[in-house]
Design a protein around this ligand. Structure first.
Ligand code: MN
Length: 618
């Protein structure tokens, strides 16, 4: 079949516009293939057809019902046109997958098959960028395990990492997938979807390096080679230019200002750089503008809107950077003159704004891109907003006792980290999501979050609760001469929360992942810590599992980490293996770790396996 012939006459008189797509950003919806394989021998093939398709149907149902992207889009799942049993059927599957834009593949079998030859033509159907997984049935009448081991060994020899799924216990083919098998397949699919979703999209760097923070030195080649992402860079004067030119949706600005007034607002005391109303409006304009720079805005391309609102419509400016993550430098070249980005970061990173509940944006404070990419992958894995944090202070029970006289050795025996970002934190971290959901106390955070995502009433409850628990407080002028409004709240205690951080060591990227939980300190203690640090900033007290807060403080890389409600350490380890990024520090139990079989051939040494492979897109 030939490709459609372009209409060059029409193209040569094309007038560009902004046509919104079905999703906020342009790009292929992550697509996972399921490839059934079987023994091709006459008789053996026929004997396996029904059972093999039954397995495929189970996997198909599992993925289509459970794996979705943060904006609610379900991952696309396609299956091979027929069971692959030889070189030609493998090539037909490959052709179909290419047409479908597949980027991950799950091989499924209940029987022996000529493992290496089925994917021999293409050294593993698809390119080396594809994520590969194989699920072999643990049964007795056909040797699924024999195929599985032969196949994963063939992939290892080709240095094509493959995840191996096999039930520890014998499976009954008439039963649903076992929890072990379903859990591993879902982990693979979530992580592969996250990898595919960020591929080809951009990090938007608003400004440069903030106050000498190495994390905000945006490493363009690292973004491209490890994450498959581009980088778009704009000077902060682009924000000021749009504010001055009125290049934002003025109707939406009024909505934003009215929404912000539903929060408790504390505009500070004494002489301030500008009036409360002017400050609030500036903060809202900056928020609209950073979002428009990220994802574009058709309204800015529309001359009728421009005429009505008093700006010059501009199709190029309206496009945005197709940015799936961003960072704002702020300090200090901007903040010495203008309001800080606390409203921008806190609102965009939340699950809602004046337009209602929506997928969170990823906007890193101080343009710390190496923290931003962690927030991005965690959002893609969970659909949840992420908390950017300064690793402010390590508090042992002994220092709390000395400072306040209160003994917290029973509440926080391993000590706590005061995670208090410089003014911005996703507003969702003012609420325990499990409290909102019926039966939520016995649910995982992720399950509670999924329930909220599926229910508008729960979303309204979440938004109301977050607004109620947050006070926007004027900035400390000593640090922020241009003023600003910080999102102040105190995160409730007892919520499982995972901390993570990407680090650059020369050209190598590594990741740290530590699970733990938030801590509710006695009010006297929490208030003391707040007073002696900065009471206008969002505060989250957290303790790691299986180590002291001091050990965490000592071993974590830089001054910032990011955090996700829920225990997502295992998924982060799986995702990093897919990207060939070694994990330098973690506290995830060995039986939860799911990596390609090749890692076992390197003695489980993540660094050696990743070094042998190199970054996924290098
Ligand atoms: Mn900071």
């Amino acid at each position: 079949m030939s490709a459609p012939r372009p209409d060059f006459r029409k193209l040569s008189t094309f007038v560009r516009t902004f046509t919104p797509g079905p999703r906020a950003l342009a790009g292929q919806v992550p697509t996972i293939a399921i490839t059934p394989v079987a023994d091709g021998r006459t008789g053996a093939y026929e004997g396996n057809v029904a059972g093999t398709w039954k397995m495929v149907e189970n996997v198909y149902r599992l993925l289509t019902e459970n794996v979705r992207l943060p904006d609610g889009t379900p991952v696309r799942v396609v299956v091979a046109p027929e069971i692959v049993y030889g070189a030609r059927t493998a090539a037909l599957a490959q052709q179909y997958y290419t047409e479908q834009g597949v980027s991950a593949n799950i091989w499924v079998s209940r029987s022996w098959a000529y493992s290496d030859e089925l994917m021999g033509a293409s050294l593993g159907i698809g390119s080396s960028e594809w994520q590969q997984c194989a699920y072999g049935l643990n049964g007795t009448d056909r040797p699924g395990a024999v195929w599985l081991k032969a196949f994963t060994a063939a992939m290892d020899e080709k240095k094509r990492p493959i995840f191996c799924v096999y039930s520890p216990d014998l499976e009954n083919e008439n039963d649903p997938l076992t929890p072990h098998v379903a859990g591993r397949l879902l982990s693979f699919a979530r992580c592969a979807a996250a990898v595919a979703e960020m591929r080809g999209k951009n990090y938007l760097s608003v400004g440069g390096v903030s106050m000498g923070i190495i994390g905000s030195d945006v490493r363009r080649n690292q973004m491209q080679q490890y994450l498959g992402m581009g980088t778009v860079s704009v000077d902060m004067c682009a924000v000021k230019g749009r504010m001055d030119a009125g290049l934002y949706d003025h109707e939406e600005l009024e909505k934003a200002v009215a929404f912000m007034k539903t929060f408790k607002l504390d505009f500070g005391k004494g002489k301030r750089p500008q009036s409360p109303d002017a400050l609030l409006r500036d903060c809202c304009k900056m928020t609209l503008i950073v979002r428009d720079l990220m994802i574009g805005n058709p309204r800015l391309a529309d001359p009728a809107v421009g005429k009505k609102q008093g700006f010059k419509a501009d199709v190029e400016y309206a496009q945005g950077a197709n940015a799936i993550a961003a960072g704002t430098q702020g300090q200090r070249q901007w903040t010495d003159l203008f309001p800080n980005f606390d409203v921008t970061e806190s609102v965009l990173c939340s699950s809602f704004d004046w337009n209602g509940f929506r997928a969170p944006f990823t906007v890193a404070t101080e343009n710390d891109a190496k923290n931003g990419i962690g927030m991005l992958v965690a959002t893609l894995l969970t659909g949840m907003p992420q908390l950017f944090a300064d690793i402010r202070t390590n508090w042992t029970p002994a220092s709390i006792k000395t400072a306040t006289g209160v003994d917290v050795s029973k509440i926080a025996p391993r000590g706590i980290i005061d995670k208090r970002n410089s003014g911005a934190g996703a507003l969702d971290y003012a609420v325990d999501p499990r409290q909102l959901v019926k039966g939520g106390k016995t649910m995982s955070v992720q399950a509670a979050w999924d329930a909220i995502r599926a229910d508008q009433k729960l979303q309204a409850k979440l938004m109301a609760e977050a607004v109620k628990n947050t006070t926007y407080m004027a900035a400390v002028l000593e640090y922020f001469r241009g003023d600003g409004l910080s999102s102040h709240y105190r995160t409730p205690g007892g919520i499982p929360m995972t901390a993570y951080r990407y680090n650059a060591i020369g050209d190598l990227l590594t990741c740290s992942v530590v699970e733990g939980e938030t801590v509710e300190l006695p009010a006297k203690v929490a208030d003391h810590i707040s007073q002696v640090t900065d009471k206008t900033w969002p505060e989250t007290y957290w303790t790691p599992y299986g180590m002291t807060s001091f050990e965490y403080m000592s071993k974590i890389g830089p001054n910032h980490d990011a955090n996700s409600f829920g225990l997502i350490g295992a998924d982060l380890i799986t995702l990093n293996a897919m990207l060939r990024i070694p994990v330098d520090l973690h506290n995830v139990a060995a039986d939860k770790i799911f990596r390609p079989t090749m890692w076992d051939r390197f003695g489980g040494d993540d660094f050696r396996a990743c070094a042998a492979l190199g970054p996924l897109y290098a």
